[in-house]
Ligand binder design. Structure first.
Ligand code: PXG
Length: 292
């Protein structure tokens, strides 16, 4: 049996959930999205993800057709309808159907759909071992263009970066910003640990303010670690004791090499493992209940 998809106010079978070829989300990448996860029947950090969705929509002057609480309910309903305990939830809002021509005024009604399914970014094997990462030539979006804080439907920049990583035989691509400082990977934030201090690039480095990133910062502060948000270079990563990536889909995954330089012991580090354990505890015990 296929999935039930929330599509413009109704739950419909996935076979019937189709977007028009005139939808500007498809024609121009005009829209925004979020990737959220549920664990053990609870949706983790739902409010945080939805806040970011509304911020992204506001930035591109797209009116989400549901109030915050209505959208929250729609997400819970979608997960419940699919009887999922552990799921990956994709919320997509597009400018909607309009004539050809990119003017958003042509689109009167936004398209809103929610998919509750599963995701696997890296194989279990790679997650266990840690990732080999390369720095790619494609830079993170300039802040003067579409803000890198907007989770828009136009991910081509990041996809170009991912293609470069694939071509190099690496698991991930590290993206620099226009100043040459490290921003993030193609869909994950980056952290390094050096001398017991946890460091991650600031949002001003073109970094998406990841929900997992913020959770990890809180965890580290909670266990008494020093946490810094500052610009870092490739050399900082090469010489770090440990390095890991964070994202809703990827969770917390170690980086064992960057550009062929082995990081630390070349294995998933002790502090990373400790943070990962705390994260796993939070995902299992916090979140919006899907089932009473
Ligand atoms: N940076 C970027 C550019 C992202 O898109 C993250 C960091 C991590 O943020 P969260 O809030 O999830 O901790 C993201 C989000 C995918 C995929 O299929 C990845 C993301 C979103 C959607 C799809 O790889 N990562």
């Amino acid at each position: 049996m296929g999935l039930l998809i929330y599509f413009n106010g109704r739950l419909i079978p996935e076979k019937e959930a189709k977007v028009s070829v005139f939808d500007h989300g498809l024609l121009y990448g005009d829209g925004v999205f979020e990737g959220i996860r549920s664990y053990n029947g609870r949706i983790f950090k739902l409010d945080e993800h939805l806040k970011r969705l509304y911020v992204s929509a506001n930035a591109i002057m797209l009116n989400i057709p549901l109030e915050f609480s209505e959208l929250k309910d729609a997400i819970v309903q979608t997960v419940r309808a699919n009887k999922l305990k552990d799921s990956y939830i994709r919320v997509v809002v597009t400018r909607g159907v309009g004539d050809l021509g990119l003017d958003p005024k042509k689109c009167k009604i936004p398209t809103l759909f929610i998919i509750a399914s599963k995701i696997e970014l890296y194989s279990a094997d790679i997650c266990e071992k840690g990732l080999d990462v390369v720095t790619v030539a494609t830079r993170r979006n300039l802040p003067e263009t579409v803000s890198p804080s907007v989770k828009s439907l136009n991910y081509l920049n990041n996809i170009m970066a991912k293609i470069e990583a694939n071509n190099a035989g690496a698991s991930e691509g590290l993206m620099l910003n226009h100043e040459g400082y490290i921003s993030e990977c193609t869909g994950e934030n980056i952290f390094i640990i050096s001398g017991g201090c946890l460091t991650t690039p600031p949002v001003s480095a073109g970094t998406l303010e990841g929900v997992t990133r913020n959770t990890v910062i809180d965890i580290a502060a909670g266990i008494g670690m020093e946490v810094r948000e500052r610009n870092i270079t490739r050399c900082d990563v090469w010489s770090a004791d440990e390095c890991f990536l964070t994202g809703t889909a990827a969770e917390i995954v170690s980086v064992i090499s960057l550009d062929g330089r082995i990081i630390g012991t070349g294995k998933s580090g002790e502090v990373t493992n400790k943070i990962r354990k705390e994260y796993s505890f939070l995902t299992m015990s916090e979140g919006v209940l899907v089932y009473e």
